[in-house]
Ligand binder design. Structure first.
Ligand code: MG
Length: 249
C-alpha cells in the first residue's frame, strides 16, 4: 500500500516535470527566427539543356558504353548508335562500372515494335538497383500480363499506381529515387530498400518498401551487401536506351 502511494507520487512528479518542460520549450519559441534553419546550405547547381543537372554522373549520353561492362567484367556488347544503345539479345546483362547506394536515376527507354510477341516477352528489360532490386521495363501499352510484372512494377512486389505507358517505338522516361537497404553488424536488415518512381512524369511508385531482392520464383528475401552497380537486363528483347544519368544521394 505504502509502495503504491510512493509510485503514484513519483508518477505525478514526473508528469509535472514533463509538462513544465513542454511549457518552457513552447514558451522559448517566440520569434520566427527560432524555427529557421540556416545550414548546411544546399549546393547551388545548374540545370541547363535537357534538364541535366550539373552534379549528375552521366552514365550514357553518347557513342560509347565505357561506363558499363558485362557481369564478368568484360566489354559490354550491346549495339551503340549515336546517342542510343540497344540490347543485343543473348549477350547478357550489363552493369555500371560505378557502384551506388542511395541514388536518383534518370533513364530513357524505348521498347521495339514487334508482332505476335506478347506478355513478358514483349519489350522486356529492367533496371536492377544494386544488381538486386528490379524496376520492370516492358511494353505495357496494350499487353496483358501479371500486374506486378508490368512496366513500372517493382517486379513481383509492387504494381505501378497507374499505367503511364506509351506505345512501343516511343521514348519513355523513368525518374527514380532508390534508397538502399542498410544492414546491422550481424548482417541482418536494419532498414529496407525503397523506391519512388515517376514514369513519363507520372508518379507510379511512392516510397514502396521492398521485401528483399527480386526473385522470379519464390518470395523475396534480403541478403547482406554493400554498394553495388546498376544493372540493365537482357531479357531477349531489343529495348533501347538513351540519356542516362545518376545523382548520388
Ligand atoms: Mg525485366
Amino acid at each position: 500500500m505504502k509502495n503504491n502511494i510512493i509510485i503514484k507520487v513519483k508518477l505525478i512528479i514526473l508528469i509535472l516535470v514533463l509538462n513544465t518542460n513542454l511549457i518552457i520549450s513552447a514558451q522559448e519559441i517566440t520569434n520566427p527566427e527560432d524555427t529557421e534553419v540556416w545550414g548546411p546550405t544546399p549546393l547551388l547547381i545548374n540545370t541547363p539543356s535537357q534538364s541535366l543537372p550539373s552534379d549528375a554522373i552521366i552514365l550514357f549520353n553518347e557513342k560509347s558504353l565505357d561506363n558499363w561492362k558485362k557481369l564478368d567484367g568484360s566489354k559490354a556488347l550491346w549495339s551503340v548508335t549515336k546517342d542510343t544503345f540497344t540490347i543485343k539479345p543473348g549477350t547478357g546483362d550489363i552493369i555500371t562500372n560505378q557502384e551506388f547506394a542511395d541514388v536518383q536515376l534518370h533513364i530513357e527507354w524505348r521498347t521495339p515494335i514487334v508482332e505476335n510477341v506478347m506478355g513478358q516477352n514483349r519489350g522486356n528489360s529492367g533496371i536492377f538497383f544494386q544488381q538486386r532490386y528490379e524496376l520492370q521495363i516492358l511494353d505495357s501499352f496494350r499487353n496483358k500480363t501479371y500486374v506486378n510484372g508490368q512496366a513500372g512494377s517493382i517486379y513481383k512486389q509492387f504494381s505501378p499506381l497507374v499505367n503511364a505507358s506509351k506505345e512501343p517505338g516511343i521514348w519513355q522516361t523513368y525518374d527514380i529515387i532508390f534508397i538502399a537497404p542498410t544492414f546491422n553488424i550481424d548482417k541482418s536488415v536494419k532498414t529496407n530498400a525503397s523506391m519512388t518512381v515517376f514514369h513519363n512524369g507520372v508518379l507510379i511508385q511512392y516510397n514502396s518498401t521492398l521485401k528483399g531482392s527480386t526473385t522470379y520464383i519464390g518470395l523475396p528475401e534480403y541478403e547482406f551487401h554493400g554498394k553495388d552497380s546498376i544493372l540493365l537486363q537482357d531479357h531477349g528483347s531489343k529495348v533501347s536506351f538513351r540519356n542516362i544519368w545518376a545523382r548520388e544521394l
